[in-house]
Design a protein around this ligand. Sequence first.
Ligand SMILES: Cc1cc2nc3c(=O)[nH]c(=O)nc-3n(C[C@H](O)[C@H](O)[C@H](O)COP(=O)(O)OP(=O)(O)OC[C@H]3O[C@@H](n4cnc5c(N)ncnc54)[C@H](O)[C@@H]3O)c2cc1C
Length: 261
Amino acid sequence: FEGDQAVLRFEDGETVRPDILIGADGVHSRVRNAIVGPTQARESGICAFRALVPAAKAPDFARRHAQTLWIGPDHHLVHYPVSGEEYVNLVAFAPAGASSVESWTATATLRELLDEFAGWDPRLVELITAADTPGRWALLDREPLDHWNRGNATLLGDAAHPMFPFFAQGAAQAIEDGAVLALCLAAAPDNPIAALGRYEELRRRRTARLQEVSHGRSHINHLPDGPEQRARDLEYSQADPLRANGWIYEYDPETAVSASA
Ligand SMILES: Cc1cc2nc3c(=O)[nH]c(=O)nc-3n(C[C@H](O)[C@H](O)[C@H](O)COP(=O)(O)OP(=O)(O)OC[C@H]3O[C@@H](n4cnc5c(N)ncnc54)[C@H](O)[C@@H]3O)c2cc1C
């Protein structure tokens, strides 16, 4: 920054002074560091395994048109059909142990994934056994920000509000950010900095709440057996934990922006 003016310097030596800067550069965002000061994302101690099971090899229950959630001490696993029902997508969460690689391309072995769910329901073990080589991703953790604009710069997506994927909302919130930001900019073509202020004001509390509830899920979904676990199971048996959260899925960027006019 020169004062409140963002200045971009690229590896090829080019320097750009943009009208506005949108930092959509992910959980390790450099733009975030420039706006709020350098901070490191923390390792959460949780890792995600991701694998595809060819539908032809998947047990019947996993080919249903449904998202299925298996929960137990320190672990949970979600699966649902994808790719026109050609595959079943499987995402499992487990203690990270020594695994701290945060990458879409890092892999684990099927044995490692099976070991995490040893002794679970045989139907689940059957599904995992049919999976292709799983990817493994160490989840990072960051606190919500109390602001994410500076001068003519703002943040969007994981750069602003990375969250645990337990409500499957990280990319969804990045898309909502994009829609709201576009509407704010379109409404104030002569004052883009005011538009950035309005955008942050409209988006910050909602995304912070999602960061917090997603974080809370890591406790609720991984409870050891006991009274708290039994209370959770009762609650989940009475209301679909995803459907019970209408405030997440009902959001409409156009309504949010027009209501703030
Ligand atoms: C295991 C797991 C499961 C998930 N499941 C879901 C789900 O079901 N639904 C959902 O909505 N979300 C999910 N998410 C979250 C989702 O992946 C992220 O929230 C989303 O990718 C964030 O998008 P983004 O564009 O903000 O950041 P990113 O996808 O991280 O993109 C940032 C981009 O910026 C680039 N970049 C960074 N620094 C620089 C630089 N200096 N110069 C140039 N380019 C740079 C990067 O290369 C990258 O392409 C999941 C995440 C994980 C880890």
